[in-house]
Design a protein around this ligand. Structure first.
Ligand code: SAM
Length: 199
C-alpha cells in the first residue's frame, strides 16, 4: 500500500474511533450509531451545486461527509466546518488542515464572521434534528435561514424514512429527496432551496 493511501485509511479509522467515543459520551448530540457510509456521504456531496460561494458543513463529526465534499470538487478554501464536540474538532483539524474549522454551535451561525465574508452556496447538515431538543432545533433552523441567501441550497439527512420537517423558513422549497439504503441505518436525504426573493 502506498504512503498516501495508508494515511487516508488511518485518518478515516481515527475519525471513526473519535466518533464512536463521542457517541458513548453524548449519544443525543451525536445522534448516530456510526458515521455516514461512503455511499451516503457521496450522495449528500453530489447535491452541492457547482459555482462560487462558501459551503458550510454543520456537524462534520469524524469527517465522512467532509471528505466526500472535497472529493466532489468543493475547494478546501470554500469549505467551512462547524462542530460542537471538542475532541472531534481536534481530530478534524489534523485530518483537514486547509479547511476553515469553527469549534462552535449551529445555533449561533449568524455570530461567526467567517460566514459573513462570502455568500453561501450550500449548507450541508448532518445534525441529528430528531434527537436534539425541539427548541434547539428551531433555533438552528432559524439561524440557517439567517445566514442563507437567495439560491442557497440546504441539505439535511435523517434516519426517518418519511420526510422530516427541516424547512428552515417560509420561502424555502424542497427540491430533491432520496433514500440511501446502503447506510446503517438507511437514511433519507432532503434538499431545500432558498427561494426568498425569487420573482
Ligand atoms: C450524526 S453526527 C454526523 C457526523 C458526520 N457528519 C457523519 O455524517 O458521519 C452529528 C454531528 O453533529 C454534531 N453536533 C450536534 N449538535 C451540534 C450543534 N448544535 N452545533 C454543531 N455541531 C453539532 C455532533 O457533535 C456530531 O459530530
Amino acid at each position: 500500500m502506498n504512503e498516501a493511501k495508508h494515511q487516508t485509511q488511518s485518518s478515516r479509522v481515527s475519525g471513526y474511533l473519535h466518533f464512536m467515543r463521542e457517541f458513548v459520551r453524548h449519544p443525543r448530540q451525536i445522534g448516530a450509531i456510526c458515521p455516514s457510509s461512503p455511499v451516503l456521504a457521496r450522495r449528500i456531496a453530489s447535491l452541492v451545486p457547482p459555482g462560487d460561494g462558501l459551503v458550510l458543513e454543520l456537524g462534520p463529526g469524524g469527517g465522512a461527509v467532509t471528505s466526500a465534499l472535497l472529493r466532489h470538487g468543493v475547494a478546501a478554501a470554500d469549505l467551512v466546518l462547524i462542530e460542537r464536540s471538542e475532541p472531534l474538532v481536534a481530530q478534524l483539524a489534523r485530518r483537514f488542515p486547509g479547511v476553515a474549522l469553527i469549534h462552535g454551535d449551529a445555533a449561533h451561525l449568524a455570530g461567526y464572521a467567517q460566514l459573513r465574508a462570502r455568500p453561501l452556496r450550500a449548507i450541508v447538515s448532518s445534525l441529528p434534528l430528531r434527537s436534539l431538543p425541539r427548541p434547539l432545533v428551531r433555533r438552528i433552523l432559524a439561524q440557517v435561514a439567517e445566514v442563507s441567501a437567495p439560491g442557497t441550497r440546504f441539505i439535511q439527512f435523517s434516519y426517518a424514512l418519511h420526510a422530516v420537517d427541516a424547512l428552515p423558513a417560509h420561502g424555502f422549497e424542497r427540491d430533491k429527496a432520496c433514500l440511501v439504503w446502503r447506510n446503517l441505518p438507511p437514511a433519507r436525504v432532503e434538499s431545500y432551496r432558498d427561494m426568498r426573493g425569487a420573482a
